[in-house]
Design a binder for this molecule. Structure first.
Ligand code: BTN
Length: 239
């Protein structure tokens, strides 16, 4: 069921609240605007009214919390599939889950989990920037919006329908443990997975070449010294 709200602090909070009320898996929470949209690593997600797609799915995963990174990777593919289907655009996927055009981010995924009644529940949130005019100007150097790359405005409803369908498909595959196929597809579709010179982390980061994904979705980076490091989370940028 899709619940569409004019305003929410965060669709993530709405999904997790619904989990506390034992709502059904697959409930979808969408907001026209979020007043406290959340991104990864404690960032905020700018969510001006009608300018993006802000949605969260409530899930009751049947796999342990350590496997949620693989679901994150799968969700990035699902979002890219939906953008392709609804808008005809081929998005770039940056490990683990950013969607980009021309090196600028327009979409992101956030999975937050909790235990409710001894069961793992999760809010799978997707934010996609659609209307460029509404983006905060300070984000201009790093962010973009779908409409900037389209001849006519993206149909938000068509995009939401494609997104929910592709997330459901990918979630089923993840639940069935189809990890090898997922990792192979992610590696084929993201240039970040293999052989890209990157900088990991902020000012005190390190540089190396990406060297594939581990079975749990972590990213391997080979330094010039030959040492291979495992990136568990965090920023990975082209060097
Ligand atoms: C990221 O940092 O890249 C993840 C951004 C996720 C934003 C979406 S918008 C819908 C959902 N509700 C939130 O508060 N965050 C996610």
């Amino acid at each position: 069921m899709i619940r569409w709200y004019p305003e929410l602090p965060s669709t993530q909070s709405a999904a997790l609240r619904a989990a506390r009320a034992a709502s059904a898996e697959g409930s979808v929470f969408v907001a026209e605007r979020q007043t406290a949209g959340r991104g990864r690593h404690g960032h905020t997600w700018a969510s001006p009214p009608g300018a993006g797609l802000y949605c969260s799915l409530l899930l009751w995963p049947r796999r342990p919390v350590a496997d949620l990174l693989l679901l994150t990777l799968a969700s990035g593919l699902a979002a890219a599939d939906a953008v392709r289907e609804a808008c005809g655009l081929e998005a770039e996927i940056r490990w683990p889950n950013d969607l980009l055009f021309a090196g600028k981010k327009f979409g992101g995924i956030l999975i937050e989990s909790a235990l409710e009644g001894g069961r793992l529940c999760a809010a799978l949130g997707v934010g996609l920037n659609l209307r460029p005019a509404a983006l905060p100007p300070e984000l201009a150097p790093i962010a973009t919006a779908l409409d900037d790359h389209l001849p006519r405005p993206c149909d938000r409803w068509a995009l939401l329908q494609a997104l929910v369908a592709s997330l459901a498909r990918r979630y089923r595959a993840w639940s069935n443990g189809e990890d090898a196929a997922l990792l192979a597809e992610f590696t084929a579709r993201s240039r970040y997975a293999q052989g890209l010179e990157v900088v990991v982390g902020g000012a005190d980061g390190y540089r190396g070449a990406t060297a594939g994904l581990e079975v749990n979705g972590f990213l391997r980076v080979r330094l010039a010294s030959g040492e291979v490091r495992t990136v568990v989370s965090g920023d990975v940028r082209p060097a």
